[in-house]
Ligand binder design. Structure first.
Ligand SMILES: Cc1cc2nc3c(=O)[nH]c(=O)nc-3n(C[C@H](O)[C@H](O)[C@H](O)COP(=O)(O)OP(=O)(O)OC[C@H]3O[C@@H](n4cnc5c(N)ncnc54)[C@H](O)[C@@H]3O)c2cc1C
Length: 166
């Protein structure tokens, strides 16, 4: 008879523990939310069990582009507190919780004539964004001239390009 593989043994032991032991918290779902909740609870000394019907991060969490974003897009809808909180969480991940996993990634934001969000509005929004991060973003936003933009991103279509931001 073939020996059970390691995963089957772990699973068998986990099912046995679930049936026979007492836990303080049962988390259902092993996506990023469930794993985060389980981790936080375990760090606080609680006995935690987690059940997942498929596999860790098998759901939406497997589709994520892995951006620990600061929520800049929520500004447009006036969700200032969310931006504040997202920036703070990002700073925590970057500096304290997971500096080995999180690293800065600059975004270049070109603005063309007739863009839905005009340049002045974007400038004001990004200034507010820096302020909500208490000016402790990875770096403050920078305004880019057309020449600077094309230097950074030579493939950008030049027609009607007004400049942009990073
Ligand atoms: C294309 C895309 C890109 C994204 N990019 C980003 C990004 O860059 N940055 C970012 O912050 N967010 C991003 N998101 C959002 C982010 O991925 C989700 O907010 C996050 O993954 C949700 O995690 P979750 O744990 O709540 O859900 P899920 O990952 O869906 O986890 C739920 C888990 O519960 C399990 N489950 C469900 N029912 C049961 C049950 N009855 N019993 C046991 N288990 C069960 C499922 O199998 C699943 O594994 C992106 C989303 C998408 C779709």
């Amino acid at each position: 008879m073939p020996l059970p593989d390691h995963a089957s043994v772990v699973r068998r032991d986990a099912c046995h523990a679930l049936a026979h032991e007492r836990f303080d918290v049962l988390v259902i779902g092993g996506g990023i939310t469930g794993c985060g909740v389980a981790r936080e609870a375990a760090l606080r000394g609680l006995r935690v069990a987690l059940v997942e019907r498929d596999d860790f991060a098998a759901g939406t969490s497997s589709r994520s582009s892995r951006l620990i974003h600061g929520g800049v897009r929520y500004l447009e809808h006036g969700h200032l507190h969310l931006v504040f909180e997202a920036s703070r969480e990002r700073r925590l991940q970057l500096q304290t919780l997971a500096p080995h996993l999180v690293r800065p990634l600059a975004f270049t934001w070109p603005v063309y004539r007739g863009a839905r969000v005009p340049r002045w509005k974007l400038r004001a929004g990004l200034a507010l964004y820096d302020a909500l991060a208490l000016f402790r973003n990875v770096g403050r936003h920078a305004s880019l001239s057309v020449a600077e933009l094309r230097d950074a991103e030579p493939e950008l279509a030049p027609d009607a390009l007004l400049g942009g931001f990073r």
